[in-house]
Design a binder for this molecule. Structure first.
Ligand code: MG
Length: 187
């Protein structure tokens, strides 16, 4: 069984980076309601977000759920389960993403980390996971089109994906999603 995970806003908490972008722009924080930030945010804020996404700050993000490294390490120890981390970051630096995962206590190998050029839903179709967890509306729609089994993480911090709640299975957090969709099925 191959189980794959997006990182940002699924495992890692992007809020500190977003708050920093607002702070640098001198603007009060508002939640992201659309995936197309240039449609909803002033240009100086978008520029800050893009700069920060390309900075080392991305690689020291805290996890959303302090238990998640332990849960993922247990999952990786299950016989017959392959865990992969598939991210689509602006800078293609899988070695940094690998270091971020290890720093967070997730004991993966470098070979489990995908951060490469190309459309993520195409990469996922190649990998062929039995289930993939993501929050990006573009990735989810791509997976639905390409028959990649996908589950959405959707909560009060991901207003940009609520319009897909009617077309894809979703959970408000990864821990519940993993329990229901993976752990209950392999126990
Ligand atoms: Mg994400």
């Amino acid at each position: 069984m191959i189980v794959s995970f997006d990182l940002d806003d699924v495992i890692f908490n992007m809020r500190p980076l977003t708050l920093e972008a607002f702070k640098r722009a001198g603007l009060p924080f508002v939640k992201q309601t659309s995936w197309n930030i240039d449609e909803i945010f002033p240009k100086k804020l978008c520029d800050n977000l893009i700069d920060l996404w390309a900075s080392d700050m991305l690689y020291t993000m805290p996890v959303l759920d302090k238990q998640m490294p332990y849960i993922l390490n247990n999952l990786m120890a299950q016989p017959g389960v392959d865990v992969l981390f598939v991210t689509e970051r602006r800078l293609k630096q899988p070695e940094k993403t690998f270091r971020q995962l290890r720093n967070a206590g997730i004991n993966c190998s470098y070979a489990q980390v995908y951060d490469q050029e190309g459309l993520k839903s195409d990469i996922l179709r190649e990998i062929g996971p039995d289930i993939h967890f993501d929050d990006s509306p573009n990735v989810i729609q791509g997976c639905l089109t390409k028959s990649v089994p996908v589950v959405m993480i959707s909560n009060n911090s991901t207003l940009y994906n609520h319009h897909l709640r009617g077309v894809v299975k979703y959970y408000t957090n990864l821990r519940t999603a993993l329990n229901k969709e993976v752990l209950n099925k392999i126990r």
